[in-house]
Design a protein around this ligand. Structure first.
Ligand SMILES: [Cu+2]
Length: 215
């Protein structure tokens, strides 16, 4: 698959560098192969809004497929890890007391999993359990039951599989979870433009080899 560079120790850092325009320039400097075309992001360009999936009748069921591919970037494209073909993945809008059901399908070449950052939910079983591993080609269904008293908040989801978090997150696997409650219905707030822009271009950070991770 031409659009799906192989994962591995020799690729990981380079692919993550390619995730941003500055990174692309760095990669070109470090690469001994033929020059690669880089895309340019124009200053002031509007942030693209991810698709939005909202709960109804207290429930939201979604399927997120993690896969590698090329995504729009400035005046060109770049490599990214995506949920359902985009980075960020779809924005999930839920309400206190809702049940959020996410089936994660792993089309990567390495294990992954899912973590909901900020939700007040159980960390066990099929809820926000970061100790499970979803192998390539496999899937898992997570069920998150939000408490009735959950605060209005902007949370997010991302992989949390030990050893692969940094390249997967840095490569583009993340999305927003918005918990709405009564405060969002106040006229002064409800009339405001509503959107989310969580890191359209991933930050460039050094990848820490796992041997140096705290134990
Ligand atoms: Cu997190």
């Amino acid at each position: 698959m031409a659009d799906r560079p192989r994962l591995g120790p020799a690729w990981t850092r380079r692919q993550v560098l390619l995730a941003g325009s500055a990174g692309a320039a760095l990669a070109l400097n470090a690469c001994s192969g033929p020059a690669e075309k880089t895309s340019v992001v124009r200053p002031g360009a509007p942030f693209a809004q991810p698709g939005v999936l909202s709960s109804s009748d207290g429930r939201l069921e979604v399927t997120l497929t993690a896969r590698a591919g090329m995504v729009p970037h400035g005046d060109g494209t770049r490599f990214a890890y995506t949920y359902n073909g985009t980075t960020p993945g779809p924005t999930l809008r839920v309400r206190p007391g809702d049940t959020l059901v996410i089936t994660l399908v792993n089309r990567l070449d390495e294990p992954t999993n899912l973590h909901t950052h900020g939700l007040h939910v159980s960390p066990e079983g099929d809820s926000d359990n970061v100790f499970v591993a979803i192998e390539p080609g496999q899937s898992r269904t997570y069920t998150y039951v939000l408490p009735e008293h959950h605060r209005s908040s902007m949370c997010w989801y991302h992989p949390h599989h030990h050893g692969t978090v940094a390249p997967q997150l840095g490569g583009g696997l993340y999305g927003a979870i918005i918990v709405e409650d009564g405060i969002d219905q106040l006229p002064e707030i409800a009339k405001r433009p509503n959107g989310s822009s969580c890191c359209r271009t991933p930050p460039l950070a050094p990848i820490v080899p796992c041997s140096t991770c705290p134990t």
